[in-house]
Design a protein around this ligand. Structure first.
Ligand code: SF4
Length: 464
């Protein structure tokens, strides 16, 4: 259970509302939920039976290990939840589930409804997503469809990374450790780290069929990702390996949008991807700062290099177009100990420079909130307190202003589930800021999505 701290964090959050009156309150609350994590009461876990369960598709995105979860929460909690209304009149935003039992935030059942407590006080309503029907299906070999493509969109082709050890692995990343802990729980059908082309194509086809029958507006979007292949995997080099999957997904239906995430590539390879059916390419740089990039991403720095990485992101815009080149940055890792920036001002200034440079070239960086996963190198080797909330608020405000200045397109949806068609990515606040500020019908559309009882669990919800 979350500790009641006599309203300390509640008072601090309300002070942030006063300090940043022009920042949407949803951004402040959601950033804090991702920064400090949250826990679920027994009643809230029970209410999650029948929900879209967290997939642990790539990283754990938890502030605690599975072994520390005494109620096996990892097998029960939803992939994300939506917060809305309450005392602050929040418009709906989705929050990626980030477990931490020492957080002041608690998802609970309050007077028969799902709700969010901060320091014991009810501050917002909550809903959970239900899974698509394909989540109940399995292949004859026992592989669950849900382990092949998560929440109708996310395909982890290779659930490991060949950047091994401290000299290569990105320091925030727990992909290899996460796969290990999943195996230890014996709750997942993950005996092979590599998925077959046939199984991925079949699940993609099934999702396309389901999305069409649910009235999802095409194109259906898939994001294909996996660890780096430094040598060969199944007899193939990285480009050949991933391209085969991209082609199979692209060919599994009509009007499908395929995003591929890999290391940065040269122009010729990007063109090869494009002609092979890839609609969008993300080379996730993770951290902008020149001094921090080789520390945080030693494998990427050594094998590709920062200049080549930046060149590739710009080339991607020429090949794929504006608005679809959305490389990820791990938001907050620039303040990691011991080498990160010591002050919010320096950290915000450095990353804002990167945002300005990239957006001026049509690249639209994403900012996945750093979760300080305990089995990743950074948290294993150093105590990592949460970066100050000021950092997240100021950086996301700057990102929005730079996005506006360069007249870049509105973000597109992240998958076929009703609420994520209208709301920003659950793992950060970067798209929420744009959508909450720019989409005039945002609250109306998002609330309408939450009324779909076939897709949403929200105990005793009333809408007015
Ligand atoms: S490239 Fe870096 S972030 Fe990606 S899986 Fe490998 S170690 Fe993790």
């Amino acid at each position: 259970m979350a500790k009641t701290t006599e309203g300390k964090r509640l008072r601090e959050i309300e002070a942030y509302f006063q300090k940043y009156p022009n920042v949407p309150r949803e951004i402040i609350v959601k950033a804090d939920l991702l920064n400090l994590g949250h826990s679920f009461s027994d009643a809230a876990l029970e209410a999650a039976s029948g929900a879209l369960v967290k997939s642990y598709r790539l990283f754990s995105y938890d502030l605690m290990t599975m072994a520390q979860m005494e109620r096996r929460e990892f097998a029960k909690v939803p992939e994300w939840f939506t917060i809305f209304q309450g005392d602050y009149g929040l418009r709906p935003v989705t929050v990626q589930t980030t477990l931490a039992t020492d957080s002041p935030y608690l998802v609970d059942v309050i007077d028969g409804r799902l709700g969010l407590r901060l320091d014991g006080h009810s501050i917002a309503s909550v809903s959970y997503p239900r899974p698509f029907a394909y989540y109940a299906r399995s292949f004859p070999d026992g592989t669950a469809y849900r382990d092949v493509i998560a929440f109708g969109a996310f395909v982890t082709i290779f659930r490991a990374c060949q950047y091994w050890g401290v000299k290569e692995e990105c320091k925030f990343c727990d992909i290899n450790e996460n796969a290990r802990q999943m195996k230890e729980t014996q709750s997942y059908t993950l005996s092979a780290p590599v998925k077959t082309v046939e199984q991925i194509a079949e699940v993609a086809r099934e999702i396309g069929r389901e999305a069409a029958s649910a009235g999802y507006p095409t194109p259906v979007r898939f994001i294909l990702t996996g660890g780096t292949i430094t040598t060969q995997l199944h007899g193939k080099a990285e480009d050949d390996f991933y391209l085969e999957y991209a082609q199979a997904v692209k060919g599994s239906g009509h009007r499908l949008h395929v995003t591929l995430q890999t290391n940065a590539k040269d122009l010729a390879t990007l063109k090869r991807y494009r002609s092979g059916g890839v609609d969008s390419h993300h080379a996730n740089m993770e951290v902008w700062d020149e001094r921090l990039f080789p520390w945080v991403c030693p494998g990427k720095a050594r094998r590709v290099g920062r200049d080549a990485w930046i060149r590739s992101m710009l080339d991607s815009v020429d090949v794929f177009g504006e608005g679809v080149v959305r490389p990820n940055f791990v938001c907050g890792v620039e303040m990691a100990r011991p080498n990160g920036f010591a002050t919010v001002e320096e950290a915000v200034r450095s990353t804002t420079e990167g945002i300005e440079f990239l957006m001026s070239h049509g690249v639209v960086p994403r900012f996945n909130h750093w979760r300080r996963e305990p089995r990743a190198y950074l948290a294993r080797e150093h105590v990592q307190p949460p970066p100050p909330l000021d950092f997240y608020i100021q950086l996301m405000r700057n990102r929005y202003e730079v996005w506006k200045k360069h007249a870049l397109p509105l973000p597109y949806s992240y998958g076929p589930h009703p609420e994520v068609r209208y709301m920003g990515a659950a793992h950060g606040t970067y798209d929420d800021y744009v959508l909450l500020t720019e989409k005039k019908d945002y609250a109306q559309q998002a609330m309408a999505a939450l009324q779909d009882e076939k897709a949403i669990i929200g105990l005793g919800l009333t809408f007015g």
